[in-house]
Design a binder for this molecule. Structure first.
Ligand SMILES: [Ca+2]
Length: 159
């Protein structure tokens, strides 16, 4: 994968994206005040954007296009890892203190269960990141489940 450009880096910075969302809210308000868009539409957009800002301050962003289509926050989550890998939906890494399913080997009963989750998310990552092939995804070990990076996760767990 090529080195991310300065622009890409800026776009991936949490505060940059937060300010971009705030700017969008201001634009929506301005469009409404100028009578360019209708009240209901402005409120709908405003709620979506404020929701995105709220989520932004946690651990992940929302893909507004997906949110618009599915209405599901869970499916619309987007996360950028430190390596610049895009994770989406139920493959985002949970927050540190999150009560939702944490991606540690101790959270799986069997190796097969962990492997299934890993294989599913590895396929998602390949789909959402052009230029990341299977070998590269394996070498990144995004979820920290595969210390020796051989593609077999949680090898200490029972089959
Ligand atoms: Ca392994």
């Amino acid at each position: 994968m090529a080195e991310p450009s300065a622009l890409q880096k800026a776009r991936n910075t949490k505060s940059t994206r937060l300010w971009f969302l705030v700017l969008l809210v201001v634009v929506v308000i301005a469009l409404y005040m100028l009578g360019i868009i209708k009240k209901g539409f402005a409120i709908g957009l405003g709620i979506l954007l404020l929701g995105a800002i709220g989520i932004q301050t946690f651990d992940y962003d929302l893909d507004l296009g997906t949110l618009w289509k599915t209405g599901s926050i869970k499916e619309s989550r987007v996360q950028h890892t430190q390596d610049g890998v895009v994770l989406k939906g139920d493959c985002v890494k949970p927050a540190g203190k999150s009560e939702e399913f944490d991606l540690n080997c101790s959270n799986f009963k069997t190796q097969a269960e962990a492997q299934q989750k890993y294989d599913y998310c590895a396929a998602q990552i390949a789909e959402n990141n052009s230029g990341l092939d299977k070998a590269k995804i394996m070498s990144l070990d995004v979820y920290g489940l595969d210390g020796n990076k051989n593609g077999i996760v949680c090898e200490a767990l029972p089959q």
